[in-house]
Design a binder for this molecule. Structure first.
Ligand SMILES: Nc1ncnc2c1ncn2[C@@H]1O[C@H](COP(=O)(O)OP(=O)(O)O)[C@@H](O)[C@H]1O
Ligand SMILES: Nc1ccn([C@@H]2O[C@H](COP(=O)(O)OP(=O)(O)O)[C@@H](O)[C@H]2O)c(=O)n1
Length: 409
């Protein structure tokens, strides 16, 4: 029941990556060449009034009767245009291998994702006046100012990537890979056998099979911070399972019976900002001791963990109870004092340090000593004590531990 309802969530807690942020370009670090576009390259345009001449233009032989295509000469010309025809282009160059880009920019500008292929910039003759704009610090895109069709992307490396939907007829190329798959929409699946890169072409490839990373540990140890970074690194989805218990705890504080609340949990229940308060955290660890509450949340967590493309789940019992077969397990911890300092800093004075420390210790006690799914490291978990580590060091240690497991599965 609850699993079916929560299934509608898709990637609860986000996809493990930030959506809508400024994305790095396909060739991060490349510079934009200071070139002008628009009508710069219309040398191949057929001149009106010249149709009575015999000659070869654009690889086509024209006779005295007009622009009658009588014979195709090599090399072939590929043409295309925007939807309304105000911007046209042609090239005698062969398109390079096509790439499907699922980055946020391509998704926004196309309304889905883009499939584009490169040609040398100086071999692309553009007729009309496409509107170019700097879509990032190092790249620009062009669209038709009349009909809005998306047409070109370039970053000044001598190539222009042509959106292949704008080509008339055969493109002569084929899709070779997918990039920025971590940013793809959840409304479609990537099921072909091509390489699916998490970000740019040199980034790791998305794991086609399920791959579960279980991250457990006590409050404020850094589980969430590490989980988000690890999920972004591998392009995995991320689930903060503590939110499920926090949502049930919040319902209990609002007077709802916790087992009923867990069984009726809805996606919108997890979006409430008040779930992060100290009161809700304590309530969460109380409802988390109730076996029926835990049971109601198991199926959803397990289904999330085995989704295609990989998942990171953080909580207390992921490696021991929810996903005992997880491909990689981490137990992230830190001293109670360090954890209390972090949470205290996070709360910006809502509680005194001593109050935060007392809360952390009370929650540790409850979480570690409950009968049902107590907090403890799985026998095969890699322990990461973040007490003396910076966030960067802790994330690097986590990625190194997962990489070691990935090489062995
Ligand atoms: N290694 C670290 N060094 C310093 N601060 C950290 C570190 N890891 C996490 N933090 C900070 O501690 C707080 C709690 O981290 P969080 O990831 O939410 O812990 P958890 O998910 O285990 O409760 C956050 O403010 C986070 O930025
Ligand atoms: N998998 C999980 C996750 C959280 N919980 C409970 O939910 C409470 C809140 O979890 P949380 O992960 O949001 O807490 P923080 O580590 O963020 O402080 C914990 O104290 C646990 O009692 C659990 O029992 N099992």
């Amino acid at each position: 029941m609850v699993a079916a309802r929560l299934d509608a969530l898709g990637a609860v807690g986000g996809r493990g990556v930030e959506r809508g942020r400024g994305l790095p370009g396909k060739h991060a670090g490349a510079r934009v060449a200071d070139r002008r576009h628009g009508d710069r390259a219309d040398g191949g345009r057929r001149q009106p009034g010249h149709t009575d001449q015999v000659g070869v233009r654009d690889g086509v032989l024209y006779g005295a009767v007009g622009a009658v295509r009588t014979r195709r000469l090599e090399p072939a010309m590929t043409r295309g245009s925007c939807l309304c025809g105000a911007v046209r282009f042609e090239t005698q160059a062969t398109f390079g291998p096509a790439t499907a880009c699922h980055c946020t920019q391509c998704r926004k500008i196309t309304g889905s994702y883009s499939i584009a292929a490169p040609v040398p910039a100086d071999a692309l003759k553009i007729k009309g006046a496409p509107r170019w704009f700097a879509s990032s610090a190092h790249a620009r895109r062009a669209f038709c100012p009349d009909c809005g069709s998306y047409l070109f992307w370039e970053e000044g490396d001598g190539l222009i990537w042509v959106a292949l939907g704008s080509v008339d007829g055969a493109t002569g190329t084929h899709l070779a890979n997918h990039i920025f798959c971590a940013y793809k929409g959840d409304e479609y699946d990537l099921t072909d056998a091509l390489p699916h890169h998490v970000r740019g072409w040199s980034s790791p490839e998305v794991t086609p099979m399920p791959f579960t990373i279980a991250i457990d540990g006590p409050a404020a140890a850094g589980k969430g911070t590490i989980s988000k970074a690890v999920a972004a690194h591998y392009g995995f989805a991320h689930l903060d399972t503590g939110l499920l218990y926090r949502a049930v705890g919040a319902k209990m504080l609002a007077g709802v019976e916790p087992i009923a609340a867990a069984q009726a949990l809805l996606p919108e229940d997890l979006a409430d900002a008040s779930l992060r308060t100290p009161e809700v955290a304590q309530a969460a660890s109380k409802v988390a001791t109730i076996p029926e509450v835990r049971a109601a949340l198991v199926d959803f967590q397990r289904a999330f963990a085995r989704r295609q493309g990989g998942a990171v789940l953080d909580g207390r019992d992921i490696g021991t109870v929810i996903c005992p077969d997880a491909e990689a397990k981490l137990f992230v911890t830190a001293s109670a004092e360090v954890r209390a300092q972090r949470r205290h800093a996070e709360q910006q004075g809502a509680q005194s340090y001593d109050e935060v420390l007392a809360d952390v210790i009370a929650r540790d006690e409850r979480d570690m000593n409950r009968a049902e799914a107590p907090l403890k490291p799985a026998a095969d978990a890699v322990l990461i004590d973040t007490s003396g580590l910076s966030i960067e060091q802790a994330v690097a240690a986590a990625i190194a531990a997962v990489d070691a497991r990935k090489d062995n599965v």
